[in-house]
Design a protein around this ligand. Structure first.
Ligand code: NAD
Length: 388
């Protein structure tokens, strides 16, 4: 029997080397003046921002550039970007970068459109609904990655409360997503590894969650096969076009996976660890995936046992303990791309664990509700301890 499901993915998606050149053609339906958001000035210095501005200009789109956004964007930076857009008369937000730039663009589109601080939409008793007042969003991804170009999610950090929720609604999908593997070639090996592991974690979690759909299951399978084929190659040689191309596709497929199947306990924990300790997202996931995988796999063995086979890009599943086999293949990826460190090495201390577990329950509760094992607070603490 096919499982009953609901599937939604409203993004116009343009994939391929050189796709950036068509940004103006597709974006011109949505606005006349764009705020281009990057995390820092790397893309200004590399010439990419100027190139994008020229491309937009050909389609009669003016643009202003905003770079005051950190990796793991802060709510205050999002409010500042929305204020600049207002004073400059922008009517569209273009995130040019990894998940941080794209999520910041989404947050600014919400804050600007509703004329309220973004944190009003994040956490609290009077949390606001993200309505169709949200301004148009264009996502140009340069990492592979978070899949943010294909999701409704925007992950926002509040350093005062040490919280890092993911927010989103049907109105926070990008109107247009540009997935141009050429833009990913400049990622250094460490960013390739950590962002690439995020893709694998998305595919595993969206596939094994109780919210999984038959459509996204196929996409997650393909994403896992592509990560198995290409992540090691992309980390070893960033100029390997075939590997960059494969990872770029895996990234977007897994993004569509989490737009529908969402994420489970490892992502719930990684958000809260990031909120409390400011860690890099993909590295945090790599620290905890072996333990969360081991914790949840026996609650959905038919699915978890496929993952090792797919990572080897095989089509037959044989052997004594296929769950252990899957776990070993995931651990091999982590080791081979140099992400085999514990949470302690990322700055997490025993004194943080209680707050991290409370954060998961407090604002990432969905991730544990749809995890096949439904972890309790004690389970979360145990997973964290074993991941140190
Ligand atoms: P990132 O956007 O934080 O980028 C990491 C660093 O890499 C930055 O310094 C950035 O400037 C640099 N960089 C990006 N592309 C580059 C390139 N091509 N060449 C050289 N340097 C480059 O990294 P990320 O992992 O893509 O995004 C992480 C953020 O996204 C976190 O906040 C995470 O929680 C969030 N996230 C969002 C979603 C979603 O669906 N919206 C999903 C997962 C994670």
């Amino acid at each position: 029997m096919i499982k009953d499901f609901f599937y939604y993915e409203p993004v116009k998606l343009l994939f391929g080397e050189g796709a950036l050149n068509q940004t103006g053609e597709y974006a011109s339906a949505y606005g006349k003046k764009a705020l281009i958001i990057t995390t820092g000035t790397f893309f200004k210095e590399s010439g990419l921002v100027d190139r994008l501005q020229r491309i937009l200009k050909k389609s009669k789109i003016d643009s202003v550039y905003f770079s005051a956004v950190d990796p793991n964007p802060l709510h205050t930076q999002i409010d500042a970007g929305a204020a600049v857009a207002k004073s400059e008369g922008c009517d569209m937000f273009i995130g040019l970068g990894g998940g941080s730039a794209i999520d910041a663009a989404k947050g600014m589109a919400v804050a600007f459109g509703h004329d309220r601080p973004i944190w009003d939409f994040c956490i609290g008793e009077d949390v606001q609904v993200i309505s169709a007042k949200t301004m148009p969003i264009i996502a140009i991804t340069t990492t592979s990655g978070t899949g943010s170009e294909a999701t409704q999610w925007s992950v926002i950090t509040n350093p005062s409360s040490e919280e890092k929720p993911g927010i989103g609604s049907d109105n926070t999908f990008a109107k247009v997503a540009i997935v141009d593997p050429e833009l990913m070639a400049s990622m250094p090996p460490k960013i390739t590894a950590s962002t690439g592991f995020d893709t694998l974690a998305h595919a595993i979690e969206a596939y094994t969650s109780t919210a999984s759909t038959p459509i996204t299951d196929m996409m997650c399978e393909k994403a896992i096969r592509l990560v198995g084929l290409y992540l090691r190659r992309a980390v070893k040689d960033g100029s390997d076009r075939e590997a960059r191309n494969g990872m770029a596709f895996a990234n977007t497929l897994a993004g569509i996976g989490i737009a529908n199947g969402v994420v489970t306990v490892c992502h719930g924990l990684a958000h809260s660890v990031g909120g409390v300790c400011g860690t890099t997202h993909g590295e945090t996931l790599a620290c905890m995936t072996p333990q969360t995988f081991r914790f949840s796999m026996r609650a959905n063995p038919e699915k978890y046992k496929n993952i090792g086979m797919w990572l080897r890009n095989e089509y037959f599943n044989e052997g004594q303990d296929l769950l252990e086999d899957s776990l070993e293949e995931v651990e091999a990826v982590i080791n081979d791309v140099g992400l085999n460190v514990g949470l302690r090495a990322l700055g997490v201390d025993d004194k943080h664990l209680d707050k991290i577990a409370n954060g998961v329950i407090g604002y990432m509760g969905g991730s544990i509700e749809i995890d096949p094992m439904n972890p309790t607070k004690e389970d979360l603490i145990q997973i964290l301890k074993e991941s140190m």
